[in-house]
Design a binder for this molecule. Structure first.
Ligand code: ZN
Length: 80
């Protein structure tokens, strides 16, 4: 986990950190070059109560190994 994620998990009550983790995992960043999608949480970020679908960010793609422009997408409701 990244520093911000550790802070969230260690400072907040478990039910809040669980909600933030679930929210972050429901957002994915999709690489514009190879199409690989990873959740915001897996990328080391957090996202909570701040929707901005279609926003583009530049992050390092684990698949390409290079910085790529990625689009932020909301995962379809996952049947947990
Ligand atoms: Zn890629």
């Amino acid at each position: 986990m990244t520093l911000i994620q550790r802070l969230v998990v260690s400072l907040l009550p478990k039910r809040w950190s669980d909600a933030i983790r679930a929210e972050s995992q429901s957002w994915v960043l999709r690489c514009s070059v190879c199409g690989t999608a990873r959740s915001v949480w897996d990328m080391g970020g957090i996202r909570y109560k701040a929707a901005s679908v279609g926003r583009r960010v530049v992050v390092r793609c684990g698949q390409c190994g290079k910085f790529r422009e990625m689009s932020l997408e909301r995962k379809p409701t996952n049947p947990l």
